[in-house]
Structure formats: structure tokens, C-alpha cells
Design a protein around this ligand. Structure first.
Ligand SMILES: *Cc1c(COP(=O)(O)O)cnc(C)c1O
Length: 384
């Protein structure tokens, strides 16, 4: 259906069309020189030594966990209030994802206390998600990780451009993972990036991305070497030149589009300030947010599904971030999780609503969303 105001929207212009056309005319579409340039620019933007482009954000998370040495029998502490790929990454490596509680109804990020509670002798890593782009309080988390000798992976799929204490998200832990899926802040259709400052991790990522091989097809295309060895069980998680060309242009647009997102975020907060039935989390956080999505928390007397349906009838798309992972059928069956395991996560999972947010939204659109939300809340008010 055609939404009057969709949940998110991409922003592509003539520069993207030119960049893609140039690749098509270059005669080389698979990973090569355009990808190398995208990686260099991305690494420079984040202020990190290494960046490896991959086929999607899930592949980035998988390789990051492999590179960190996560294997059979290990445990990885992860939030449950995230996209399922965050936890699947540990499972792909044979490890057990152990879910930690969020900080609270005003901060949906995983809490350091919640993480500490879940540490066992089998814990090998902590994987955090900067929910909606609001940075996790990484100071104490990195301290705990240091004390217990745990790797820290950042799922920064929401957080391209976010900062914590002046440092870009994705560069705070050992490995940072990004997604360039169509609803993210930087879009290449499908695509992802892994970043690290560590030489040894970088070498493992480079190998794992392309079948564990010592040489790339591109290198052989250029006449560098004609044979290769296989050093590890790798994957074909390569990106392609078309996606990388889009990524270069999208990276140039990022600062401005994130600024526009931040203005929309502020306008929502202003318009919803006096609402007694709509709470805006992350009123305070430790840095700069990429403002990837705009989550609100509806009060308990509101039927969320009623509001979603009512908004839909008005042409406004909303969503839920997220149904908690530990309550999915597969995870319940595999690990015996049930309701009550993570009360705060489950509460937010039941009452959170995500409002439209994308750089192309006008202030009028934001006003319209809030007006429609208020009307929907009014019509959903339970009969007295
Ligand atoms: C989008 C997303 C992913 C997965 O990225 P893909 O590129 O779709 O594979 C992982 N984690 C989070 C939090 C995401 O939002």
C-alpha cells in the first residue's frame, strides 16, 4: 500500500545514479577498487584503522564473532530487545546467546548490571546494540569486559555516525558492525561493514570474508599471483562494486542527513513533551545519536495494536522495535526461555511504538504524525 508517511524512506539522487553508472561501465562489478575506496573513506570517517565491507550486516556480525574466536560451548551476552541477527551471530558460531536486561523504561539499551549478572566461566564476549542510535553507556561495559577478559562486539547497525564521549560508535569495542540495508541511515540495498583497530582481528576478517583464501579474485584479475591457499573455514560475504559506489555517495550525505534526523527527533520530543500517554525514552544519553528510529513508550492503558491499525487507516506506517528475541519460538525451544525472564525487555516489547523518521520528512509531516497519534490515542481510550 502507498503510505502517506512511511516508517522510513531512502534518499538517492543524481550522484548515486552517476556512481552506479560509472561502475557498470568500468567492466568490473565484483568487489574491487571501488570497495577499497569505500572502506578507506569509511575507516577515515570513523577514525579507525581497518574497515572491511561485506554483503550485509548479519555477515558482518557473523565474521566479527568468528574473528573474536567465538566457538562451540562459548557464551555471548547479548540484549534481547534487538533484531534477531544480533543473537543469531553467536549461534552461527556454535555459541549460546545469553540475554541481558535493558537499563529501564527510559533507556532501552542493555545495562551493565544486566550484563554482569549473566557472566559465567563460559562467557567469551559481550555484544551490545546502540538501540535507535543512542549510544550504550560503554565506559562501565568496557571496564567489566576488561576485568573478565571478554571481547566486545558493537552491533552498530542503527548507529552510523553516533558518538559516545566524542568517539564514534563501532570503534569503542574490539569490533564494530554496520548494516547498509534499505531502512538504515546509510543505504546500499544490501551491505555491511566491520571495523577494528586490531591487526590480528583485521587479518582474520580479511580471510573469513572470502572463503578463507589468501588472495582475492580481484588481485588475480590484476595479475597478482595465480594460486592461493585456504587458511580457515571462510564464506563468500563479499560486497560488490555497485553497492560500494552507492556507499561512497551515501557516506558523503550522512552528516547532513543525520543532522536532519536529529532535528526531527527534537521536534517529536517537543510535540510529545506534555503527553501523559506517550513517553519518549533516551531523554538523556552519553553522546550523539544517529537518530535511526524514533521509539516511544505507550502507557499501559493504550491498546498498541489499536493505535497501529488506526495510524494505518490514516496512511501512517508505524512499527515495533522489537519483539524480544528470547520469546521467539525458535529461541524458546532451543533454550527454554519463557515470559518473565527479562521483565523490562518484555514490558518495552509490549508497549513500544516506532514512529516514522527519515531525512526527507518535513516538519509538517512530523506534526501530522503527532496529530494522528493523538487522535488515535483518543479513539483508543478505553470506555470509562
Ligand atoms: C539491520 C540490523 C541487523 C542486520 O543487518 P542486515 O544488513 O539486514 O543483515 C543487525 N542488527 C540490527 C540491530 C539491525 O538493525
Amino acid at each position: 500500500m502507498a503510505w502517506e508517511i512511511p516508517l522510513s524512506d531512502i534518499c538517492m539522487g543524481d550522484e548515486e545514479i552517476t556512481a552506479v553508472t560509472d561502475v557498470l561501465q568500468s567492466g568490473w562489478l565484483s568487489m574491487g577498487p571501488v570497495t577499497e575506496r569505500f572502506e578507506d573513506l569509511f575507516a577515515r570517517y570513523l577514525g579507525v584503522r581497518y574497515a572491511f565491507a561485506v554483503s550485509n550486516g548479519t555477515a558482518a556480525l557473523h565474521i566479527a564473532h568468528r574473528a573474536a574466536g567465538i566457538a562451540n560451548g562459548d557464551e555471548v551476552i547479548v540484549p534481547s530487545l534487538t533484531f534477531v541477527a544480533t543473537a543469531n551471530a553467536a549461534l552461527y558460531c556454535g555459541a549460546r546467546p545469553v540475554f541481558a536486561e535493558i537499563a529501564g523504561k527510559g533507556d532501552f539499551n542493555v545495562s551493565c548490571e544486566g550484563i554482569v549478572e549473566m557472566i559465567t566461566p563460559r562467557t567469551r564476549a559481550i555484544t551490545v546494540v546502540h538501540y535507535a542510535g543512542y549510544p550504550c553507556d560503554m565506559g562501565p561495559i568496557l571496564e567489566v569486559a576488561g576485568e573478565h577478559d571478554l571481547a566486545v562486539v558493537e552491533d552498530a547497525a542503527h548507529a552510523v555516525g553516533s558518538e559516545y564521549r566524542g568517539k564514534k560508535c563501532g570503534t569503542l569495542g574490539d569490533l564494530g558492525c554496520f548494516s547498509f540495508f534499505s531502512n538504515k541511515n546509510l543505504v546500499t540495498g544490501e551491505g555491511g561493514m566491520i571495523v577494528t583497530d586490531d591487526d590480528a582481528l583485521a587479518e582474520r576478517i580479511r580471510i573469513l570474508r572470502s572463503h578463507g583464501m589468501t588472495a582475492l579474485t580481484w588481485d588475480r584479475h590484476r595479475g597478482h599471483g595465480h594460486s592461493y591457499d585456504v587458511l580457515d573455514l571462510g564464506y563468500n560475504y563479499r560486497i560488490n562494486e555497485i553497492a560500494s559506489a552507492l556507499g561512497i555517495v551515501q557516506l558523503e550525505r550522512l552528516a547532513e542527513s543525520n543532522r536532519r534526523r536529529a532535528r526531527i527527533d527534537r521536534l517529536y520530543r517537543t510535540l510529545l513533551r506534555n503527553s501523559d500517554r506517550v513517553g519518549c525514552p533516551f531523554a538523556r544519553h552519553g553522546g550523539r545519536s544517529s537518530c535511526h528510529i524514533f521509539p516511544v513508550l505507550l502507557s499501559e492503558d493504550v491498546s498498541r495494536s489499536g493505535v497501529i491499525e488506526s495510524m494505518k487507516r490514516k496512511g501512517i506506517q508505524t512499527s515495533v522495535h522489537y519483539p524480544p528475541i528470547h520469546l521467539f519460538t525458535y529461541y524458546r525451544k532451543a533454550f527454554g526461555y519463557g515470559k518473565g525472564a527479562l521483565p523490562l525487555t518484555e514490558y518495552v516489547g509490549e508497549h513500544e511504538l516506532t514512529l516514522p523518521l527519515y531525512p526527507g520528512m518535513s516538519d509538517r509531516d512530523v506534526h501530522r504524525v503527532v496529530d494522528c497519534l493523538n487522535e488515535s490515542l483518543e479513539s483508543e481510550r478505553p470506555a470509562a
